[in-house]
Design a protein around this ligand. Sequence first.
Ligand code: ZN
Length: 246
Amino acid sequence: MRYLIFSDLHGNLEAVQALKKFLHRRKIDHFICLGDLVGYGASPNEVIQEVRELSPLTVIRGNHDKAICDQESLGSFNPIAAAAIHWTRANLSEENHHYLSQLPQGPMTVNGTITICHGAPFDEDYYIFGEFDAAEAFLHLKTSINFFGHTHFPYVYSESDHLVQGNYLTGDRKEIRLKQGTSYLINPGSVGQPRDRNTRAACAIYDSEKKRVSFHRMAYDILNAQNKIREAGLPSALSERLTMGI
Ligand code: ZN
């Protein structure tokens, strides 16, 4: 099976369109989305529509998806992110609001072999940013292949013989071979708001037969995404950061 793992689309339609174009040439059996379909970007309805058209095997909610439906969870948001949540809430169709409200919370095990979560398996809002966090996460994971999102950084944590190691992926394309007896906790990066100073949309493909995970980056029409953010009256920082990849 070949799984496309993608996360943190954040209402960026142009980035999602680049992802779809990338998929034209590839055989994918299942789509798995790690949450945050909306927030920050100016095309939340269109992005939800695109995701639904993929008929994903699983979509779990992210903290932004949750905040759209649950006022109380906005407390942890900075003012710019909170402004984007208010804007998204006001501009989302009733149907798409309902779609977000029924997204399940992670962690979730898919096909009995892959566990997914948005932030961390013990807290969907938690950022896994180092080996110590990853070690804690591994304590909560029962499968050897696991994926997380939320940080917007493509990253691979591995654990074998109680040794947790983090590997940061640079460049546009990378592939890792999965070893027997090792557990993995992998972030595919963000589709709609990459933060690793690489402006391109990110995703990963997990091939369960070949025991490989490949990481991919796709250039997209950043200017158009930025114009929409400005025209929508969303905070300008949300537009500017896309050209910096932060
Ligand atoms: Zn996010």
